[in-house]
Design a protein around this ligand. Sequence first.
Ligand code: ATP
Length: 412
Amino acid sequence: MGDIARQAPEKDTGEDIYQYLLERITNLENRNLELREQFRQMESEKRYVETQKIRYERELRKLKSEIEQLRSPPLVIGTVTDVIDNSRVIVRSSAGPRFLVRTSQLIDPDLLKPGVRCTLNQQSLAIVDVLPTSYDAQIYGMELVESPEETYENIGGLEPQIEEIREAVELPLTKPQLFEKVGISPPKGVLLYGPPGTGKTLLARAVAHQTNAHFLRVVGSELVQKYIGEGARLVRELFDLAKQKAPSIIFIDEIDAIGAHRNDSTTSGDREVQRTLMQLLAEMDGFENRGDVKIVAATNRIDILDRALLRPGRFDRMIEIPLPDHQGRLAILKIHTLHMNLSEDVNLSEVSRLTEGKNGADLRAICMEAGMFAIRMERDSVNTDDFMKAIDKLALDFDRHHFHTTFGEMFA
Ligand SMILES: Nc1ncnc2c1ncn2[C@@H]1O[C@H](COP(=O)(O)OP(=O)(O)OP(=O)(O)O)[C@@H](O)[C@H]1O
């Protein structure tokens, strides 16, 4: 600035004035360049702030819709008993009482006939939807796979557990005569317990693959939360379907949601859970041991399970699925990097050492993230640096998730 503001020469010979103006022009040009550079930097900062803003807005929208979902009340199931006119029908709710309710204009009045099952809004009891009369696994969030693709080779570090489940589930399905000859009953149900993401679902799917059995998966919490008053009925239908599709493996994930230790509380939610559990126990008891339907359940909370579930003839085999140790992590990393193009510098044993305490699902995520870092750097092989960044990113995501969960709980 000082240069630009320099005083004009006192002696105004033509040469001096020319020199002075030349210098002034150069200074102004330099200053112009400086300002342009500053402008460019500010533009790029502005762009960065704008993208950050978009990211936060997106995150906000996601969180809002999550809150919305959590707040949306479950639906009540009912059966139409009488139709008054196009907008009013009498419905018997699954909890017992009958109501005169309104129907949404979106529902085709021709569908509303006595005997039809429908869902009702929990507060207004207005009819929200009509359920198909025939059994539809998808409605209830059941997953039915003809024969899953996972094999024992896709499971890392659980050799003793694989052996156990083969003996308890696979052998009775493939060689029932062995048990008959010896005169013992094979286990009816197997309970897999341990921390989340350690491969319990994977193990159950692999057994179904090995035995060419249908794989039917239900989630305990969904059985009792999605459609009030339907838990017991769903359990009954689940077993019917499994028998129909035999050989089959019923996989009940989060069994603790229906099989937690009972206490004396009598809220309607608790009664619903109890009815569902009683139905499950009844189904298991009335079940042919030597049949070709096997039940595998999984839980992260064996400590809260009702002992009734663990009695002989029910889940009489318990298999612990622990967090993987160093060798286990190495085996899992090998599985998830099998088809990846790894640079020579990658030492999976070192990656395993740096991921102590991580489960199989985390390790899979680390491998995928490492691959993403390589893609971002426009490389076609994954190197050690990518793995290090992926490990850091996972730790960061974990902290963020933890923060959101705690934050969410504060407002729950
Ligand atoms: N031992 C393992 N070997 C290979 N992959 C694994 C292993 N454990 C977990 N994974 C990976 O993590 C994913 C999630 O694991 P899975 O759903 O089987 O865990 P889970 O124990 O059933 O968890 P949850 O208790 O949360 O239901 C699997 O699909 C698989 O890709």
